[in-house]
Each structure stands twice: as structure tokens, then as C-alpha cells.
Design a protein. Structure first.
Length: 519
């Protein structure tokens, strides 16, 4: 699903109006019609609706909804947050089409609050207060209206985006409507997908209002990885597939006390369909790895008896890399200076596609220029916000304040694929492509989940998926696997190994298309 900023959406509206001759009035009519249909389908039992409309085109959509529902026998009250003469353009045309008796103007502070009984009797409240035109903190009567909508007991339907949510970032500009359902137009607004806005939308539907598909496809924006988008990337297995075609992954991982990370990365690669997996570990830990991995082969590399990778490991790892399809470096490596040196040497010398995670990222953060003087054309980094902050030399707040911008600029500067983890993981390619992952749940906020993701992405690269697709699909499958576990066990107490073991079911679910369109 395509996701765009409100600004891009306004350009799309303009292009459709100016170049294709489809008038703004028609787009508004279509927008209102789609909303009226969704309202009737979801809340048609009690035909009493209160519509709160701002003075822009979002309010104009509200007027169309009012006319259409009224025509279907609904009892309609429309509150406008200004005097009628302040409303202009297409919105004014649609305001004039309404029976005056249903309209109450509430231009001054306190006006709307006098109509609490109308809100109390409503079967549904329509939020047509603010849409993509919001640019700053919500002011005056608009803020009051948002409070009133939120305090009412009826379900809330938001037109285009819950009022108060910034359409580009999902940030709440002062205060915002909490909706039960949102119908957004033509393409998802980023604000409906990124948190906290995403949580305020309730059920999100994208409505076709007559903007041609090609115009939407050509617009700058992000791909929202929902079930349908991920399904397009997944290749079913041919009947004659053999393990030699499914990639041999080399995973460089583990240190004393952290063999679990190495085992989860390796076992998750197996569960994500890797043909063969070899996990290189410090020699002292090999007996443990022999027990923790069954299908994956463990490879002891010299560690001077310490349980940590040291410089001597380099030769063994590069020898092991021969004949492999991809190398993952990082899970459970530790902060040992010699290990960090080794990571940087691997990153600069290896020619195979590389996936770097965890302590591997911290090693790079100390000398990010190693990314620029490397041999491999494909490097995938999988940082959480703390690791991203270290890599980019900024604070975690900076990262969280602009997750897309930070991921985009780092991946283009260092020519790497980036998976910036968190609620709505961002995937960035060196060419500027951005995807936002739609799967996963808060139950996955526990140790080891990143090791599982590393295993999945590594396995997909090994199977020949183009790197950006491997990142997008791997992230989605990882989250979907977590969602399947949460469906069975709930969101508290899910372990990374639960997610690892559920991976085949995630692939099966995606292939079956049973959850088409879900996010
Ligand atoms: N042809 C199209 O384009 C189509 C667009 N469509 C619809 O139009 C919507 C976009 O409409 P829009 O651009 O008119 O902006 P909108 O969200 O209604 O808000 C603007 C109003 O809000 C006010 N306001 C702003 N900031 C504020 C603040 N902080 N606090 C308080 N007030 C604030 C601002 O007031 P002003 O600052 O001008 O005094 C202005 O009056 C879009 O989401 C979709 O629903 C569909 O019909 C399909 C066709
Ligand atoms: K709205």
C-alpha cells in the first residue's frame, strides 16, 4: 500500500484537477460518498450522526457525508467551527447544498460545548475538523472540538485522518481525535501509519476517490508493507527445489555468555528457508553450539581460549566464506576491542552480501568510514534506535523524531540497506526507496528478537531475494511470526524462540493469502 505525506496528497489532488480535468468538487463528492458508505456499513444500526466540520475541505467532505446520509434517512446534525461565510470554495458549495436546519455554527469558544446532548444521543460522530491542511499545533475552537469528540461515548469516524495528527509524521500536534475508524483518500497518509497517529485511526481503510492509479504510483512516497505487499514479494518454492538453490549462510556470532544470540540467528535462518547454515563461533563455545544447533553446522574459530573472537579468527572466517552466499555478522559478539576490529576487517574485506547487526553495528559506529571502503556491494544494517543513534552520531531522540529521514540519509550516504527497528520498522535502500513495516506487536519488545530478524533476512538474501526485498519481506515475516504467536499466547511473555519457531507458519500464512490486506 502506498503511503504519502499530506503535502504530496495535495499535489496529487492538484494534478488530478489541473491535468486530468477531474474537478475538486467531484473528488470531494467521491470522498464523501466513500465515507458515507463506510459509515452506513459500520454504524447503520442507529441512524443518528453528529458531524463536526472545520472550515477547510476536510469539513467539505463532512458536508457531502451529511447530505448523503440525510438522503438515506439519517438524522443529521452538523456543527461548523466558524461562521458559514468563512467557508469558501468546494466546501462552501457543499455547505450550500445542505438543509440549513441541520447546521449549527459554533465559531466562538464554548459554543460547541453547549450541544453536549446532541453528542450524547449520536450513534456515530464524524470528525471532519482537520485533514491534510493542518500544519501547526491545533488552535482555539478546533482544540475544544477535539476534546468534545474524544469525551463523547459514541464511536468516532475520522475523515481522511484523525484531526490533530500530522499527516507527514504521525505526531500529535497538541491534541488529536481518537477514532474508531478512518477512511483515508487515494493513498494512506504517513500519519495514519506511523505512531502515535496510527494508533488513533482505529480501523483504517483507503478509499478510491478517482485519482488515477498511475498518478498515485508516480508520486513520491513509501511502501507500507501490509500482507498484500509482502505477499507480492514472496516466491513459492518450485517442486524441484534443492538445498543448493536455497543459499548457504555463514553467521559470525556469539561470545561467552551470548551463545543464545548465535543460536537464534542460525536457527532462524534455518526456519526462514536457508539451504544450509554455518555458524562460526569462538572455539571455546563450540561444544555449546553443537547442542544448541542441530540443522546448522557450527564452525569453531581460534579464540585463544577466551570465548571471544580475536584477530586470529579472520583467516578462518574468510576461508569459511568461500562458497557461501551471504555473511551475517554481529549477534552476541560483545564489545571486546579485538572483536570490533575483526568485524571492521570483515566488513571492509568480504565481497559477499553482508548483514550486520547488534555488536557488529557498534563496531561500525566507531568507524563508519569502513562502510565506504568496502568490497561488498550489498551491506544490510539492522539497528534499533540506540544503535542507529550511535551509527549516525546523533541522539536517540533525534532518531525517533524523524525515523524516515534519518534512515534515508544514512543509507544514501553510506550506500547501505537499512532496517531501522521499532514500532513501524523503517526499511531504506541506498537509492532512496523507503518501506514501512506493518506487522509485529509490542510482545516482540524483548531480547533476542533482533537475532531472529538477522537470521531471517540473511536466509532471504541467501535464497537470492534482491536485498531491498529481502529486508522488506524478512521484516514483515518476522513481525507476522510474532503476530501469530501473540494470537495464540497473547502479547506478554512471547520469547524470541517462540517467534523463531513460528516462522514457517508465517510463511505459510503469507502464501495462503488468508489474511489479505491485514496489517
Ligand atoms: N481537492 C482536494 O484537495 C481534496 C481534498 N479533500 C479533503 O480536503 C482535506 C484537505 O483540505 P484543506 O487543504 O482545505 O485543509 P483542512 O485539513 O480542511 O484544514 C484547513 C483548515 O484548517 C484550519 N487550520 C489549519 N491549521 C490549523 C490549526 N493548527 N488550528 C486550527 N485550525 C487550523 C485552516 O484555517 P486557517 O489557518 O486557514 O485559518 C483551514 O481552514 C483533505 O484532508 C481531505 O479531507 C478531499 O475532499 C478530496 C479532494
Ligand atoms: K479529520
Amino acid at each position: 500500500m502506498k503511503a504519502v505525506t499530506g503535502e504530496t496528497m495535495q499535489q496529487l489532488d492538484r494534478r488530478t484537477i489541473d491535468e486530468l480535468g477531474i474537478s475538486g468538487l467531484i473528488l470531494m463528492e467521491n470522498a464523501g460518498r466513500c465515507c458515507a458508505g463506510a459509515i452506513t456499513a459500520a454504524y447503520g444500526g442507529n441512524k443518528k450522526v453528529v458531524i463536526v466540520a472545520g472550515k477547510g475541505n476536510n469539513g467539505g467532505d463532512g458536508f457531502v457525508i451529511a447530505r448523503l446520509l440525510s438522503g438515506q434517512g439519517w438524522q443529521v446534525r452538523v456543527f461548523i467551527l466558524c461562521s458559514p461565510e468563512e467557508i469558501t470554495g468546494d466546501a462552501a458549495v457543499n455547505l450550500q447544498r445542505l438543509d440549513e436546519a441541520m447546521i449549527t455554527a459554533c465559531p466562538r469558544p464554548g459554543d460547541l460545548a453547549k450541544h453536549g446532548s446532541a453528542f450524547a444521543g449520536a450513534g456515530v460522530i464524524v470528525d471532519a475538523i482537520l485533514g491534510t491542511g493542518l500544519k501547526s499545533e491545533v488552535r482555539g475552537v478546533y482544540a475544544e472540538a477535539i476534546d468534545l469528540v474524544n469525551s463523547a461515548s459514541a464511536p468516532v469516524f475520522a475523515v481522511d485522518i484523525p484531526s490533530g495528527v500530522d499527516s507527514a509524521s504521525g505526531k500529535i500536534l497538541g491534541k488529536a481525535v481518537r477514532a474508531d475508524m478512518t477512511v483515508t483518500f487515494a493513498a494512506a497518509k504517513l500519519g495514519c501509519i506511523l505512531y502515535p497517529g496510527a494508533e488513533l485511526c482505529g480501523t483504517l481503510q483507503v478509499a478510491d476517490i478517482g485519482i488515477p492509479e498511475q498518478v498515485i504510483a508516480d508520486a513520491p512516497g513509501c511502501e507500507f508493507m501490509d500482507h498484500a505487499a509482502a505477499r507480492k514479494l514472496l516466491r513459492p518454492r518450485g517442486r524441484q527445489t534443492h538445498k543448493g538453490q536455497c543459499g548457504h549462510c555463514l553467521i559470525v556470532a556469539g561470545s561467552s555468555g551470548k551463545t543464545g544470540a548465535a543460536a537464534m540467528a542460525a536457527n532462524s535462518a534455518v526456519r526462514a528457508g536457508a539451504g544450509l547454515v554455518t555458524v562460526a563461533v569462538p572455539a571455546l563455545l563450540n561444544p555449546t553450539m553443537e547442542i544448541k544447533t542441530t540443522e546448522a553446522m557450527s564452525l569453531p574459530v581460534p579464540d585463544g581460549g577466551t570465548g571471544f573472537f580475536c584477530g586470529d579468527a579472520f583467516k578462518g572466517i574468510m576461508t569459511a566464506a568461500a562458497g557461501k552466499d551471504v555473511i551475517a555478522v554481529g549477534p552476541g559478539l560483545s564489545f571486546e576491542p579485538e572483536t570490533a576490529d575483526l568485524v571492521r576487517k570483515i566488513v571492509s574485506q568480504a565481497a559477499l552480501p553482508l548483514v550486520v547487526d547488534a555488536d557488529g553495528l557498534n563496531a561500525i559506529a566507531a568507524q563508519p568510514e569502513v562502510l565506504q571502503a568496502r568490497k561488498s556491494s550489498v551491506v544490510i544494517l539492522t539497528p534499533h534506535p540506540g544503535e542507529m543513534a550511535r551509527l549516525a552520531g546523533i541522539t536517540v531522540a533525534d532518531v525517533e523524531g524523524d525515523r524516515i529521514g534519518v534512515a534515508k540519509s544514512f543509507s544514501s550516504r553510506y550506500k547501505v540497506f537499512l532496517i531501522l527497528k521499532g514500532a513501524r520498522t523503517i526499511i531504506a535502500s541506498p537509492d532512496g526507496e523507503i518501506a514501512i513495516n506493518g506487522s509485529g506487536n509490542p510482545g516482540m519488545a524483548s531480547g533476542g528478537m533482533g537475532d531472529v530478524l538477522t537470521g531471517v533476512v540473511t536466509a532471504l538474501v541467501g535464497q537470492g531475494y534482491p536485498p531491498f526485498f529481502a529486508c522488506c519481506l524478512g521484516t514483515f515475516i518476522h513481525g507476522l511470526s510474532g503476530d501469530l504467536v501473540a494470537t495464540e499466547k497473547g502479547e506478554i511473555g512471547i520469547s524470541a524462540v517462540d517467534v523463531q519457531e513460528s516462522l514457517p507458519y508465517a510463511f505459510k500464512t503469507l502464501l495462503s493469502n488468508a489474511m489479505n490486506g491485514s496489517s
